[in-house]
Design a protein around this ligand. Structure first.
Ligand SMILES: *Cc1c(COP(=O)(O)O)cnc(C)c1O
Length: 407
């Protein structure tokens, strides 16, 4: 009996996994396995190859694997699945989202300029500031969701870097429209797709050149491991990213690779429930007397709503909202019980974060003020709990926090 490959990692003509020939839904893709890597015993769950090195049977003969810093079967299995999910020619798995972003930055040299969005994950802001201070790269900060970048392009500008929706202000950029500008000027368009995951948005299909992910978030999905990805559509760039990963030793471990593979199995059902919960919660928050502003692209009055409809398959599970005061915000954080006051996002449990002291603590004050990241802003990563329980918890905690208002 011949085993038909569900897909393989050969870079075919179209620069996509299997030349894009395997035409199945995203939900089914999440159950795919790269059978080119199958081992003797045909386990359904791909083995964790917890080995630093691989033996050679003869001089000049290898299994294709020599040393795990360079490549490992479990990691390769995961990378092959990720390339498939993002419609890239290759994906590289890293020890964290920041390691993935760091690898992308190695594509640039002293003297290069990169246009970056004004609202970004705090860790990315910190990395770019450090590269500017020490390594001769320069970064031009633009509100990419609202401003035309053309006027900011200089002779040494090499790339544009953004998130959409952004963390935490939920600004939405039209990737396809932007890619027309980046293509016309020969710039590399890099999109951090962490907030939506490949389940809801595929930037490479919309004209982006490189996608990065914090796999820690929706892809891993269980708040139990750290990881990151770079997904490419150009084989030459893929080689350079792999060179960086091997040289700097920043690739994901076999065990964490296995956890990511397992997380992906349920990605689409988790996203479906989390998005549905988020939509209902956003509507609830919008009607709450204790909420002064709700930022969620699934609400029809969100400025990015129509763009999201066009370029994504859902509005995501991230909501930012403002409460009346700092004291109210802190009382809220200190009294939640059904969900958790913690950094991070994208897992099955709902988390609430205070960006100004957590994820965005190191963003310069002027930028925080300009973006509206205030001490009244809370960020919610909506999980897969029962929606009625989540709303009941909001009601309970709002009632407690409301006492701060009458003092
Ligand atoms: C968390 C996050 C990162 C960093 O990823 P780590 O896995 O924590 O290193 C990058 N971008 C976004 C949008 C994130 O939310």
């Amino acid at each position: 009996m011949s085993v038909e490959k569900k897909f393989n990692t050969d870079i075919a003509d179209e620069g996509k996994v299997d030349g894009g020939k395997w035409n199945i839904s995203f939900d089914t893709k999440c159950q795919s396995t790269d059978l080119s890597l199958e081992d003797h015993y045909h386990p359904l769950s791909f083995p964790i190859y917890q080995s630093a090195t691989f033996t050679h049977r003869k001089f000049g003969e290898t299994t294709g694997f020599t040393y795990t810093r360079q490549s490992n079967p479990t990691r390769q299995q995961l990378e092959s699945i990720m390339a498939h999910l993002e419609n890239g020619c290759d994906a590289a798995a890293f020890a964290s989202g920041m390691a993935a972003i760091g690898a992308v930055m190695t594509l640039f040299s002293a003297g290069d300029n990169i246009i970056v969005d004004e609202d970004l994950y705090g860790g990315s802001v910190r990395m770019f500031a450090d590269l500017e201070a020490r390594c001769g790269l320069s970064f031009t900060t633009v509100d990419i969701s609202r401003e035309d970048i053309t006027g900011y392009i200089r002779e040494n500008t090499k790339a544009v870097y953004l998130e959409t929706p952004t963390n935490p202000m939920m600004h939405v950029t039209d990737i396809e429209a932007l890619s027309k500008i980046t293509k016309a000027h020969g710039l590399t368009l890099i999109v951090d797709n962490t907030f939506l995951s490949p389940c809801l948005q595929n930037p490479l299909d919309l004209g982006a050149d490189i996608v990065v992910h914090s796999g820690t978030k929706f892809i891993g999905g269980h708040h139990d491991t750290i990881g990151g990805f770079v997904v490419l559509k150009d084989p030459e760039t893929a080689k350079r990213i792999r060179f960086s990963s091997t040289t700097n030793g920043s690739a994901l471990s076999p065990f964490d690779s296995w956890l990511m593979i397992r997380g992906i199995r349920t990605l689409s059902v988790r996203m479906e429930r989390a998005c549905s919960n988020a939509q209902k919660l956003a509507e609830y928050l919008q009607n709450s007397p204790y909420v002064t502003r709700v930022l969620y692209p699934g609400l029809p009055d969100h400025p990015g709503h129509e763009i999201m409809k066009k370029q994504a398959r859902g509005y995501g599970a991230m909501i930012s909202f403002e409460v009346p005061s700092r004291e109210f915000a802190i009382a809220f954080l200190e009294n939640v019980e059904l969900f958790y006051f913690a950094e991070s996002l994208g897992g099955t449990e709902t988390l609430i974060t205070y960006p100004i002291t957590q994820t965005h603590a190191e963003v310069p004050k002027e930028l925080l003020d300009k973006n509206g990241i205030t001490d009244r802003l809370l960020r919610l990563s909506v999980g897969i709990e029962g929606i009625d329980d989540l709303i009941a918890e909001f009601e309970r905690v709002f009632a407690i926090a409301a006492k701060t208002l009458t003092k």
